[in-house]
Design a protein. Sequence first.
Length: 86
Amino acid sequence: MRIEGTEFGSITIDGKTYDHDVVIRLSGKVGKRHKKLSKEKYGTSHIISQAEAEDVFEAGCDQLIVGAGQAGNVRLSPEAKDFFET
């Protein structure tokens, strides 16, 4: 799997362009990021909530890569950081 490029509002993976934020699963399946889980708590999707962290977590995963967005604004909340550290 190869991320070929990004622009504001899109990402191209293996020749397919997505016009939404994505989560790439261990299986290689590309799905839509469930930003509403973070927006409900923080009013923005730039802070990843624990609920969203739990949504993206998969047993067997030992690394999480969070794309910070074109402006570099996306980050883990303290609760999400603690969730991944335990």
